[in-house]
Design a protein around this ligand. Structure first.
Ligand code: SAH
Length: 235
């Protein structure tokens, strides 16, 4: 009898574990179809990665039931994880092929970095809030991502030791394009960035020969501001 009870308990635990996995994968799939594809993002590679990325793992427990909803969510320290559509749109605008070295500014929860991870060679991500840099880095390690490098620092400085980058994605809004980020971009590379304060626009900027900026406005957006550090951050 005792053995039968333990056996039933194990079966129950396995079933509920499988149920949970199916549950989030189903929600992620619906999220991609109804929120991202429906709004015109058509890059299959990006869409498939977003179907397979456990967004709930990047979110504080109390927000997890909302992880696959159509809006940004608080992640603590007055910061937010972007709306899924914006993550899909920005990732597809980078037009990654797989070999790229990508710089991200604003690691936040680590979710955007996780979406980039399978579609490029390496992600270098900078976060200004120390606790968020530590937390996202732990989450990413726990989930097995091994090509994402998170650094606590000021994104306005970029990551000079790792430059130049094939692509740069900025997930907080500066009032104008930070010169060092453009400098650290390779010729032919793309910078996807929200720019502005109260009124913000999402830009795709391509670096042309001679350091010329080719700018294209995509849509109006609303991001948290890209801030300057209150205290010096050790180099
Ligand atoms: N990409 C994140 C969402 C970013 S929210 C995700 O997937 O969850 C914007 C993030 O930018 C916040 O975590 C904020 O702390 C960070 N940030 C703001 N100013 C910054 C700066 N100067 N340098 C680096 N990170 C900055």
């Amino acid at each position: 009898m005792k053995h039968i009870n333990s056996f039933l308990l194990i079966i129950f635990l396995i079933q509920s574990l499988v149920g949970q996995v199916e549950n989030w994968e189903r929600k992620a799939s619906i999220m991609v179809d109804s929120q991202i594809m429906a709004r015109g993002v058509s890059d299959d590679h990006v869409l498939n990665i977003m179907r397979q990325t456990p967004r709930h793992e990047f979110i504080p427990v109390e927000q997890q039931p909302n992880a696959y909803m159509d809006y940004p969510l608080p992640i603590g320290y007055e910061q937010t994880i972007s709306q899924p559509y914006i993550v899909g749109l920005m990732t597809s605008l980078l037009q990654l092929k797989g070999h790229e070295k990508v710089l991200e500014i604003g690691t936040g929860s680590g979710y955007q970095a996780a979406v980039l991870s399978p579609i490029c060679a390496d992600v270098f991500s900078i976060e200004i809030v120390k606790e968020l840099a530590e937390r996202s880095s732990q989450t990413l390690i726990q989930l097995g991502y091994d090509n994402i490098h998170v650094k606590w620092g000021d994104g306005y400085q970029g990551w000079p030791d790792e430059a130049p980058f094939d692509a740069v994605i900025v997930t907080a809004a500066p009032p104008e394009v930070p010169p060092k980020l453009f400098e650290q971009l390779k010729v032919g590379g793309r910078l996807v960035i929200p720019v502005g304060s109260i009124w913000q626009e999402l830009w795709v900027i391509t670096k042309l020969q001679g350091g010329i900026m080719d700018k294209e406005s995509v849509i109006p957006v609303r991001f948290v501001p890209m801030v300057h550090p209150e205290k010096p951050i050790p180099k």
